[in-house]
Design a protein around this ligand. Sequence first.
Ligand SMILES: *Cc1c(COP(=O)(O)O)cnc(C)c1O
Ligand SMILES: [Zn+2]
Length: 424
Amino acid sequence: MSFVKALRCKECETEYGIEPRTVCDNDFAPVEVVYDYEAMQGKVTRASIESGPASLWRYRDLLPVEGEPLAGLRSGMTPLIRAERLGAELGVKELYIKDDSANYPTYSYKDRVVAVALTKAGEFGYDTVGCASTGNLAHSVAAHAAAAQMKAFVMIPHDLEEGKIVGSLVFGPRMVKIKGNYDDVNRLCSEIADKYNWAIVNVNLRPFYTEGAKTHGFEIAEQMGWKLPKHTIVPVAGGSILPKVWKGYEEFIRLGLVADNQPVIHAAQAAGCDPVVTAIREGSDLFRPQKPDTIAKSIAIGNPADGYYVIRIVTDSGGYGASATDPQILDAVKLLAATEGIFTEPAGGTTLASAIQLIESGRIPRDESICVCITGNGLKTVESMQGQFVAAPVIRARLDEFDEIVKQIDETQDVSRPVAMNPT
Ligand SMILES: *Cc1c(COP(=O)(O)O)cnc(C)c1O
Ligand SMILES: [Zn+2]
């Protein structure tokens, strides 16, 4: 039994049954899962959620599944950190990091969406799953498919980081590298989904897949003690997670699980791929697709499927957008590592760097609560840090040689900070 009512077109509101589907037949607008919130009243409560498992499946009543979960039984419930040191560095009073770099089992937010999509794929009777990926999705689909004993086809741009490729291949999926960028991969996957009877999680299962991203927002609210941060900064690639963090907040408000503090949501992108942020800055609700050129490969989507909804939600909430250059992204990665002990990938650096810009420009007041969404892990993208550090000295295993090293350390240098070269 679930509270799911239907799939509904986000534009003309035509309703469809619960079936594999990406868009509405009338206007090709995306379809979205709708629920019976009336029926949830009194049944979906703080207590009912708190008594659930220590995974994202504690929010199962708000997810589009019918039976037992088939994937992601240990995914979600990642740390929410009160970032005192980073907050002090930025001069803000109440700063939180939602840390999906620690998500299980593939260290990115994608374990949330894949948990729901593969469960749904199983319910629909598919035995083969696939994805169009910028890296983390391939990694997650491959891992969860192995655990659920499903066949997996993962399609990626040809130039991804080795960590994501090996990290995926170890689980035994069929991997296909496509000559082109993500938008080319995605277009091909739409044709594959039409031709083959497979569940392409972010294409024909997209409405179910994206619902999994709500759990990132649910956890922020629950872990803050059933409260919402005033400001949330979320990275934007295809535009799945930002609208769904927002939907998660709205659902909790609607169910009376949190007070309505009129939350504000902001978009973060890399300067080398910022179609959505550009549109927000220009006050337009339409974006112009871009050709990505950024080290933040996992969010390098030049033609985001849900970009239009990101722009609308951010603007309606009173939020704004910021984009970060590659050097700003790397500096933010190092700052988060040095202050909070978290190593995020360039996507996380993008989000923090954008948050810093929004704070410094006054778009985010320093005395209001702020949550920065960190969505991926830096150990998968070590290439991006190349040239950022002075090489470690190599010595013989002799104390006198070690003493020399210690002597060379400048007394004034703070050895607790990484020794970073300035990337200009
Ligand atoms: C996929 C991804 C995102 C966001 O992607 P959306 O398509 O906008 O949901 C953010 N960060 C990382 C690390 C990702 O892999
Ligand atoms: Zn429609």
